[in-house]
Design a protein around this ligand. Sequence first.
Ligand code: AMP
Length: 208
Amino acid sequence: MIAPPGAGKGTQGAVLADYLGVPHIATGDLLRDHVARQTAIGRSVQQCLARGELVPDEIVLTMVRTALRDTGGGYVLDGVPRTMAQARTLYDAAVQTDATADVALHLQVGEAELVRRLRARAEEEGRLDDTEEVIRRRLALYDQVTHPILDWYDERGILVSVDADRPADAVSRHVITALEVVRQVIAGNPEAPRTAIDLTNLGKAFGA
Ligand code: AMP
């Protein structure tokens, strides 16, 4: 899943993992857990998290490799990759084990709505990185560093983009419908070239 902070990765990731019966691996959750337990990793990354900066690739990649090793095959990866280097390293590793991603799911939400959601979350959950300044920093990093990765998934034909600026259950329905289409395409001919699916204009086309 590739999406800006506040787009609903955590919510949709959990729904999807449950629906598909695979583990939900969320790097943000794993990192926050390290910080809470004050492990060596936790101590080394807590400043990054508090400031909304990206944690060094190597730390994230080691964590994700360990989490993936414990899965039986399928997975929902949430919050990673966030840099092109992470994307390429994970892809190279997945090629070795024949476990490359079937889908790169992009949740699209406009910036004003993202800021509104993150402010609301700040009041509800009190997350350290949901302050105004850190929110802006995280959104800027997403635009500059993470969003460009989408082009790579688009070229590979595995990108599925949905309009996530709507209630969570409506987003889940769109996501699951799109993934079921992909599942059938892959089942029909796993080696066939794929085409990206863009559902971000459904609202405009058909109304709410
Ligand atoms: P999230 O819960 O996905 O919003 O992530 C919270 C914070 O964890 C981010 O602002 C980063 O500081 C850090 N983080 C999570 N995933 C990554 C990643 N793949 N690469 C670098 N930093 C990450």
